[in-house]
Design a protein around this ligand. Structure first.
Ligand code: DAH
Length: 329
């Protein structure tokens, strides 16, 4: 029995000393000291076969052996836990000499900043902004705006139709009917800015998708002079104090008289859009007394504005989303 005890203790100490990880160490703990099937603890069960004077001696020897095995377990456990922690720390170590991961920096699209500027300048001139939908009802895009029944703009060749009564808005002027249906009491200054779409052959100065700002005002005694004052002030806000604005007669179904608006840029005149006094047919349709109220309106292309400011010669660059272009702003 005593040899058996010595053999098992030696085996236990060897196994513990060789345990490569905490997992194997736990297994050794159970294999030798486990209460049910531990090899050392199991020896206690054979004690009955010993003589009365041998029993206490063997019991003591067994307890001492158990204590040594337990001490070995504790030591090895501390050692392995240490090693595992340093291995883990090594794996997690931060290499502060590694270059950082650069995150691409986002910025606003030149058209967005231009539209923000337009809103800022127009808000300063007392305009309230309203949004209309890109997919617009035919009646707001055309009917409300005094288009004669056979106007070429209705042509499928010129507009993108969605169904019989809807199309992609061809002009932000569509806001007028939407606003007039609210029947607000004048005076007011209303504006919108957004996308427009036309069935156009795309080239450096034309796109199927473009942007406009439309503004209009209704009140007592408004005249072309008010319109010119607002557009001159708007142009100064957008292009600087020295900008020169030119008005020439033009025709749009929704204004009478109508004008074309251009600004002088270098030695060229650049057409920005159209304007005029709101046609009395529209004011009447809005339920407004045309003896009392008049109004002015204007609609300007947005896309040309950053082209002028940043000397960009091709409109297509704005919609191509080429980062080499966009990163320059
Ligand atoms: N909607 C016109 C266009 O797209 C521009 C325009 C002209 C708007 C005169 C107006 C206006 O509000 O009064 O060509």
């Amino acid at each position: 029995m005593t040899e058996e005890l010595e053999r098992i203790e030696a085996e236990a100490l060897r196994t513990i000393g060789d345990a490569p990880s905490l997992k194997e160490l736990d297994e050794a703990d159970i294999a030798y000291l486990g209460r049910k099937a531990g090899k050392l603890t199991g020896l206690l069960r054979n004690i009955g076969s010993l003589s009365a004077d041998q029993k206490p001696l063997f019991g003591q020897a067994l307890n001492e052996a158990k204590a040594r095995v337990e001490a070995a377990l504790t030591d090895r456990k501390a050692l392995l836990a240490d090693a595992e922690r340093s291995a883990r720390e090594l794996a997690e170590t931060l290499d502060i000499t590694l270059p950082g991961r650069a995150r691409p920096r986002g910025r606003l699209h030149p058209l967005t900043t231009t539209m923000n500027d337009v809103k800022r300048v127009m808000t300063g001139l007392g305009f309230e902004f309203f949004d209309g939908p890109d997919i617009e009802e035919y009646k707001y895009n055309f009917d409300w705006l005094n288009f004669p029944p056979d106007h070429p703009a209705f042509d499928e060749q010129a507009s993108f139709y969605v169904d019989d009564t809807h199309l992609l808005r061809t002009q932000t002027t569509a806001l007028q009917g939407r606003f007039f249906e609210l029947h607000r009491e004048p005076p007011y200054r209303i504006a919108t800015v957004g996308h427009c779409f036309r069935y156009e052959a795309v080239d450096a100065t034309h796109s199927h998708t473009f942007h406009q700002v439309d503004g209009f005002s209704v009140g007592e005694g408004l005249s072309l002079a008010d319109l010119k004052g607002v557009l001159a002030e708007f142009s100064r806000g957008m292009f600087g104090p020295d900008v020169v604005v030119r008005f020439r007669p033009d025709f749009f179904p929704f204004v009478e008289p109508g004008v074309e608006v251009a600004i002088k840029w270098g030695d060229r005149w650049l057409e920005l859009g159209g304007a005029g006094l709101i046609h009395p047919n529209i004011l009447r349709r809005a339920g407004l007394d045309t003896e009392k109220y008049t109004g002015f309106a204007f609609g300007l292309g947005i896309d040309r504005m950053p082209m002028i400011r940043h000397k960009i010669d091709d409109l297509r660059l704005f919609l191509d989303n080429d980062l080499r272009f966009l990163q320059q702003f």
